[in-house]
Unconditional design. Structure first.
Lengths: 390, 485
């Protein structure tokens, strides 16, 4: 009742007399369809002008981004809990805190663009179209996983998405290769090759910059700078922490990675740059991860807990978007709460399914070796064991 | 209009409770979709389970709780300190909320992974109304079906009902995958794999499980598969103990009972070395034993005479001297067995066994034939003294060509000893006893001592041993002969 009255008063102030009726009848009328925000400055390197700081977002898009980020957050939390109860084994690198990067970039790309990233890939797998239940089932090693449960965290593939790569910095040359293929085939698409601040010092990354610039490949090199390479802070690891300038002759820009709209705008700019044939561009997104490097790292031995809590309170991407949406009347708090609960229910259900789905039978050990081969005999783990490859 | 406003307002806060904070929208607790269920059923809790903070962690200790009941919790806050097998780490919260109930208090050891340790409620809820879940314990399941698939109980008793996934069922009786080592043990001991509690992943039987079973560990048998030693979280429903199987086992866990019956004395390195060498000797060297009785009267008389002159020598010194002489006359006994040949040694060094607190040690008296009785006596006394305080140099007890061990002072009449490799023999000296023999005019008494020669029969066979012993007896019974060599 009180909220209704408040809205009435606000509608008066906005001098929309018809809103009085609309408020009484619907109660959601003051929710706007589109609004404009101002993002933080972008740092530019060898670029005359950068992306615009004033970004416009529609209500539907904002709700979509919110829902996607919340899904990734809950999915990663669920994966962490599954790991702690030993249902997921091996490695598990969580994306909590960095959701804005995946969601923002995906918003500016098309499904025909290609993406390749490193091992912190669950968020990207989701934005590239794999439902959370298949991601979680893959982590727990079940048949319904996106790679049939055969690969786990390091084998997440999706639509034009090349995974999950274990070796640090190995995916960057591959990304340039994909961009080369796109250019060679004459398509208008770009390839986004992501790497972290730790991998930014790898030698092959610079070799890749050279080749990409030489041949003007449509490749966006994205450095997800979360401040720590495993446990080493960027100041202790890199002589220059301005990763967007590290390409030297490759133009670059830095965006606030905790603001999904800034990331989207920056990616849109970069994609346009590449699509117009101007060659590669480096996009550094300054972001933060709340959990440790992987599940074996508590995350508090190299940084104070207060820092993590501070980031959660002041710069959380989901909270940031939520506050923006509520203050600009893009959505109501209840709506967003409802999304939270729906997402929670969806992920809970996915977790249940991931725990109870059947595993692959042993015969599947011999399949999925080649793409197009007739069935052949495959040796097992000793010279006396054989299976058929189907 | 007004009614629709009213309806909307009501709808937003009351009739569609999924809008309000904290109501679970999941399909499992459907009854909570009605308003007021928190008053009737209590608030649906967020369950906190014991996390596996390292890949090898099986259980851990909760050291202390950093959040008490009623404290607000933000995502990322440290909840409690947990000590794992590797380090002390903190458990962090994932969600915002209020700490509602601590089920496992601080300073609890051996809390299994996935045990329910605490409950939280989402923000805005009354934490005192939290619904404490009753333990859907699997120990009772084990009691009911001991033969069928007690793998869930075998894995652990605490709140594993949520995790009875397909893998546990698949790992049951039908699919017993045995590794070659396990298969060998099972076959050679004619065991039934289904009777052994598996502890490997997916219900696999491990070699350790079979070995424990063979060692007779009652916990390894499936019948009484509820190990009483594992603590389950303190919940209102106590798991009923399994019905006693036909073979009665003590209700008290055997480990606790045994602790009162023995005391462990940990091995010192000396004991370990002695054990190793003795075992090696007894198992690899073929021991042969020959005994002979020696008349000690002459020795005792000479000893008394020397005592009268102020020279203190013991019977042992006479024996050592006699052995030295005998080794000179029968040099084949002063030998060693090597892979290629029987090595006849030129020096006669005799190891004399001395009992110390830490074990038996054998200091060496070198070149016995060239020493006089007094010299031998002094040397032995000095070496024995230093041996007892552990001040012997390695070269003073390592080596030697022949050993002498005397237990006569302890009242032992006769015994056999274990050869110290690479030596060929050890002489075991018993105590003297008085024998009465009939003689022409009544009886005579003589003091007799039994000596047992334990020899490596590869080097010193029975014939050679007899020759040696005869010579030794000769030397001992006629101590003046010592002056001849």
């Amino acid at each position: 009742m009180l909220s209704c009255a408040a809205r009435l008063v606000r509608a008066q102030i906005q001098s929309k007399p018809t809103a009085c009726w609309v408020v009484a009848a619907r109660g959601y009328a003051d929710v706007v369809e589109e609004t404009t925000f101002t993002t933080n400055e972008y740092a530019l390197h060898k670029l005359d002008e950068g992306p615009s700081q004033s970004v416009t977002v529609t209500r539907d898009d904002a709700l979509k981004y919110y829902r996607q980020m919340q899904t990734i957050r809950r999915m990663e939390t669920a994966a962490g809990n599954l790991y702690k109860s030993k249902v997921i084994r091996g490695f598990c690198h969580l994306y909590s805190g960095q959701e804005a990067c995946a969601v923002g970039m995906e918003a500016a790309l098309t499904p025909d663009d290609h993406v390749i990233t490193a091992y912190r890939a669950h968020g990207w797998t989701y934005t590239r179209g794999v439902p959370p239940v298949n991601i979680l089932a893959e982590l727990t090693g079940r048949k319904t996983g996106c790679a049939k449960g055969k690969g786990g965290s390091m084998h997440m593939y999706g639509n034009n998405f090349y995974g999950g790569n274990g070796i640090v910095g190995a995916q960057v040359p591959l990304g340039a290769g994909i961009a080369l293929a796109l250019k060679y085939n004459g398509s208008n698409n770009v390839c986004v090759a992501l790497y972290g601040d730790g991998a930014a010092n790898q030698g092959q990354v610079f070799e890749t910059y050279n080749m990409a610039k030489l041949w003007d490949l449509p490749c966006i090199f994205v450095c997800e700078n979360n401040g720590y390479g495993m446990g080493t802070a960027v100041e202790r690891a890199s002589a220059s922490t301005d990763y967007y300038t590290r390409g030297d002759y490759v133009p670059g820009l830095r965006a606030d990675g905790m603001d999904v709209l800034a990331v989207r705008e920056a990616t849109r700019f970069a994609a346009e740059w590449c699509r117009s044939g101007k060659g590669p561009v480096i996009l550094e997104v300054a972001t933060y991860r709340y959990s440790g490097h992987s599940m074996s790292d508590p995350g508090t031995s190299y940084r104070p807990r207060e820092e993590i809590q501070e980031m959660r309170k002041t710069r959380d991407p989901i909270t940031g978007l939520r506050e923006r949406m509520i203050s600009a009347n893009l959505a109501t708090a209840e709506e967003l709460k409802q999304i939270d609960l729906d997402v929670r229910a969806e992920i809970d259900k996915a977790v249940e399914q991931a725990k109870t789905d059947p595993e692959l039978p042993v015969e599947e050990m011999y399949t999925d070796i080649f793409v197009d081969e007739p069935p052949f005999k495959v040796r097992g783990t000793n010279p006396f064991m054989y299976g058929m490859s189907k | 209009m007004a009614s629709s406003v009213l309806w909307r307002t009501l709808g937003r806060t009351k009739l569609l409770p999924s809008h309000s904070l904290g109501r679970p929208a999941g399909h499992t607790e459907w009854y909570r979709n009605f308003w007021g269920t928190s008053r009737v059923f209590g608030v649906a809790p967020i369950k906190l389970h014991m996390p596996a903070l390292s890949p090898t962690m099986e259980d851990g200790t909760i050291i202390s709780w950093l959040k008490q009941e009623g404290d607000p919790v933000a995502a990322g806050d440290a909840l409690c300190e947990i000590e794992t097998d590797k380090a002390t780490l903190t458990m962090d919260a994932d969600d915002d909320g209020v700490m509602a109930k601590i089920l496992v208090p601080g300073n609890t050891k051996n809390v299994r992974i996935n045990a329910l340790i605490a409950l939280m409620v989402p923000e805005g809820e009354d934490y005192t109304q939290v619904d404490i879940p009753t333990e859907t314990g699997t120990p009772s399941a084990a009691a009911d079906t001991p033969a069928k698939a007690p793998v869930p109980a075998a894995t652990e008793a605490a709140s594993s009902s949520e995790f009875t996934s397909m893998r546990h069922v698949a790992g049951g009786k039908g699919h017993v995958d045995l590794s070659p080592a396990v298969r060998y043990l099972v076959d050679s001991n004619s065991l039934d794999p289904a009777a052994i509690v598996p502890s490997g992943p997916h219900g696999r039987l491990l070699k350790g499980d079979v070995l424990k079973f063979l060692a007779g560990d009652p916990n390894a048998k499936r019948q009484d598969s509820v190990p009483a030693a594992t603590p389950s979280p303190p919940t209102p429903v106590a798991a009923p103990p399994p019905p006693p199987p036909p073979v009665t086992h003590p209700v008290v866990p055997p480990a606790a009972a045994e602790e009162d019956e023995f005391v462990d004395i940990p091995h010192t390195s000396m004991r370990r070395t002695i054990a190793k060498r003795l075992t090696q000797s007894k198992t690899t060297v073929p021991h042969a034993y020959s005994s002979i009785d020696c008349e000690m009267d002459s020795v005792l008389r000479l000893r008394k005479k020397l005592q009268g002159s102020g020279v203190k020598v013991s019977v042992n010194d006479f024996i050592i001297k006699a052995v030295g002489q005998a080794l000179k006359s029968v040099p084949e006994v002063n030998a060693q067995w090597t892979g290629e040949a029987v090595q006849l040694l030129s020096n006669v060094d005799i190891s004399v066994a001395v009992a110390t607190d830490k074990g038996l040690i054998t200091p060496i008296v070198t070149d016995v034939p060239s020493r006089g009785l007094q010299n031998i006596s002094e040397t032995v006394k000095e070496l024995a003294g230093r041996a007892r305080i552990g001040k012997l140099m390695p070269e003073e007890y390592q080596g030697g060509t022949f050993s002498v061990s005397n237990l006569g002072m302890f009242g032992i009449s006769q015994f056999s000893a274990i050869i110290n490799p690479p030596q060929a023999c050890i002489m075991a000296i018993g105590g003297s006893r008085v024998l009465v023999e009939p003689a022409e005019d009544g009886h005579t008494t003589k003091t007799v001592m039994t000596v047992t020669l334990c020899s490596d029969s590869r080097v010193v066979d029975d014939a050679l041993a007899s020759t040696f012993l005869e010579d030794f007896k000769e030397n001992l019974e006629n101590p003046y002969k010592a002056a001849l060599l």
